[in-house]
Design a protein around this ligand. Sequence first.
Ligand code: CA
Length: 225
Amino acid sequence: MKILLAEDDPYLSSRLRDELARQGYVVDVASDGEEAETLGNTWDYDAVILDLGLPRRSGLEVLRNWRARGNRMPVLVLTVRNSWQERVDGLRAGADDYLGKPFHMEELLERLRALIRRAHGLQSGNKLRAGGLQLDESRREIVLADGTRHPLSAVEFRLLRYFMHNIGQVLSKRQLAEHIYDEEEEPDSNALEAHIYRLRRKVGKDHIKTLRGQGYMFVPEEKGP
Ligand code: CA
C-alpha cells in the first residue's frame, strides 16, 4: 500500500511516517500543498493523509483540484480539532474521512485501514477476508480455510495485503514493487519473484496466478481438480 502523507509540521510528519512504515505502508511525504498536489497527480496512491493547513496551497484547494481532475483516491483530511467548519469544507471538497488534531495514532491507523478497504469494496474489521483465506493484519499471519496459520515476513505481508485488496486484477511486477517497496529498498525483479514463490507456498499455489509477460493475479478460490 502506497500512502501520500501531506503534513507540514516536521515533528508530526516524521512520527507519522515512521509509524506508517512500521505498519508496512510505503510512504511519500509532502510538506507543502503544491508538492502534495503534484505527487497526487503523478502516483497511484492507495490513500492520502492530507493536512488542510498546508503552506503554498491549502489542503482544501489541493483536494478540490484532484477531484476536479477526476482523481478519486481515498483522502483522509486532518483538521483543527472541533472546527466543524473545516470538517464540512473538507467533506464538501471530496474528503472521504477526517480526523481532528491532535489525534491518537491508533485511531488514525484504524481509519486509514477502513478507508482503504472501503475504496476496494471490502469490509472493515481486524481480518481481511477473501474466499477461504483470512489475513490477520495485527498478527501478520495468513489463516487458511482449515484454520492453519502461517506467519508472514514483512514483504510477504505487504504483498498479500496488496493482492487481497486487488482481487482478480492483473498486477504487473512494477506495480507490485511500487506498492510494497520504498524507493531506497526497491530490489530487482528476481527478489520479487522469490517473495511470491515463498508466499505461494504459504497461501496455496493456485491463489496467485502468473500471467506470462503481464504479471500476477490473486484469486480467492482455489480451482478444483
Ligand atoms: Ca499544518
